[in-house]
Design a protein around this ligand. Structure first.
Ligand code: HEM
Length: 402
């Protein structure tokens, strides 16, 4: 699945169809929905398929293994992800209104400043691990600033979030630490409002608890996915000489490469999930009430039964936004604009400053991180000419400090 998703999902589809039985860590049973049409059926019908994972028979019967690594992602919370109907609209509406208050100029300046600071950290070396030194720290640094966390907490906060998202050992402790930092911050903003997303959530009449759990969700939903999108866009740039040549001659642009990545390397590979609220036939598979369904944007986007071979062709996918990378239906991602701004701003800044990036070890295949949720290279060693980079840096306009 990690090394060659297209081949993996094709084999799965051939033998199991669009809905296949799987086991999560600890032999926990679920269905993996990999067909494009089947994913749409599940995502768009909030009555037959609920986002309330408390309805899952495994949770209801108390059968979840203790310290289950996926535990923090399925525990019901007071935020939009677990809500439905009016309650969902209220919580989601408050979040979207707060995001809209982020000024575009401020956003762009924040992204560019963070990008420059990270690039300064490696530009003299002529090489870098563009995943660990750029794609990973960029979104987390931007988002924690937009949420208004104090600069003195930034480093600890970012470490904690990355440990939580990494899963495995340390993730559960990191979750406790993250919740404590969010709680402090929401209390602080209740007393001292500022121009940041946490203040705007409180102003939109969310309670302290709802604000805390919305911030937790936004960080968990936003950081890993945006990192993965940035990392894979850098991977295409660094690996493909033709992509670099097309960018220089303006036959392609960075948003085009980003669109290709959304199809072929969906940043959120699997969405956990939905629970069936009735026994049913789901595109040929018998599913029972209380079963967990994992929706696979990765599988859906590479559904050759639906798209033929076209899903892999850059010219087709660049002008076509019918992929499921953002999900679909009531819970589809409310923040594609913010994620796009971060990835586009970050990758364009990198390209402006280092327009000759290429793989440091061209023959080496990409090593993918083992996560089943987000798709990103474990590391990606790139090289560039530091003298050329210094000359280009001298031509950059100042960004300002607000
Ligand atoms: C490349 C970047 C991103 C991708 C691919 C992505 C993808 C997704 C997907 C597939 C869902 C649907 C989940 C479901 O149906 O159960 C979702 C929901 C969500 N995303 Fe994103 N996301 C990204 C970035 C962000 C960012 C930057 C934020 C916030 C800062 C964010 C916040 C959310 C929230 C709050 C939800 C839940 C919406 C609801 O339940 O109504 N996402 N995202």
């Amino acid at each position: 699945m990690v090394a060659d998703p297209a081949a993996f999902y094709a084999t799965l589809r051939e033998h199991g169809g669009p809905v296949v039985p799987v086991h999560l860590d600890g032999e926990v049973p679920a269905w993996l929905v990999i067909g494009y049409d089947a994913c749409n059926t599940v995502l768009r019908d909030g009555l037959l398929f609920t986002r309330d994972l408390g309805q899952w028979h495994v949770t209801k019967q108390g059968l979840l293994p203790q310290d289950w690594p996926i535990g923090p992602h399925v525990q019901p919370m007071r935020n939009m992800l677990f809500a439905s109907g009016h309650e969902h609209q209220r919580l989601r509406g408050a979040f979207k209104t707060s995001l809209h208050k982020v000024g575009q100029r401020r956003l762009h300046a924040t992204i560019t400043r963070v990008a420059d600071r990270l690039i300064e950290g490696f530009v003299e070396d002529g090489q870098a691990d563009i995943v660990g030194q750029y794609a990973v720290p960029l979104p987390v640094a931007v988002l924690t600033q937009l949420f208004g966390f104090p600069p003195e907490d930034a480093e600890r906060l970012q470490r904690t979030i990355l440990t939580l998202l990494g899963g495995g050992e340390g993730a559960l402790d990191a979750n406790v630490g993250l919740n404590a930092m969010i709680e402090d911050h929401v209390r602080r903003r209740r007393q001292e409002p500022r121009a940041d997303i946490v203040t705007w959530l409180l102003e939109a009449d969310l309670s302290d608890e709802e604000t805390r759990e919305t911030v937790w969700l936004a960080i968990n939903a936003g950081v890993g996915s945006t990192t993965a999108w940035a990392a894979n866009t850098c991977e295409v740039l660094a690996r493909a000489e033709d992509a670099r040549t097309d960018l220089r001659s303006m036959l392609r642009d960075i948003p085009g490469v980003m669109a290709e990545v959304l199809w072929n390397h969906a940043p959120v590979q699997q969405v956990i999930g939905r629970v069936a609220t009735a026994d049913m036939d789901l595109h040929g598979t018998r599913v029972r009430r209380g079963d967990l369904l994992i929706i696979s944007p990765a599988g859906a986007n590479l559904d050759h039964d639906r798209f033929g071979g076209r899903a892999l062709r850059a010219d087709y996918v660049e002008s076509n936004a019918s992929h499921l990378a953002w999900g679909s239906g009531a819970h589809e991602c409310p923040a594609p604009g913010l994620a796009t701004a971060i990835v586009r701003g970050g990758v364009e800044r990198l390209w402006t400053r280092l327009d000759d990036i290429h793989l440091a070890f061209p023959g080496q295949p990409t090593q993918w991180s083992p996560s089943i949720i987000v798709r990103l290279p474990a590391r990606l060693d790139i090289a560039f000419d530091p003298v050329r980079a210094r000359k280009r840096a001298a031509t950059l306009a100042p960004i300002g400090d607000r």
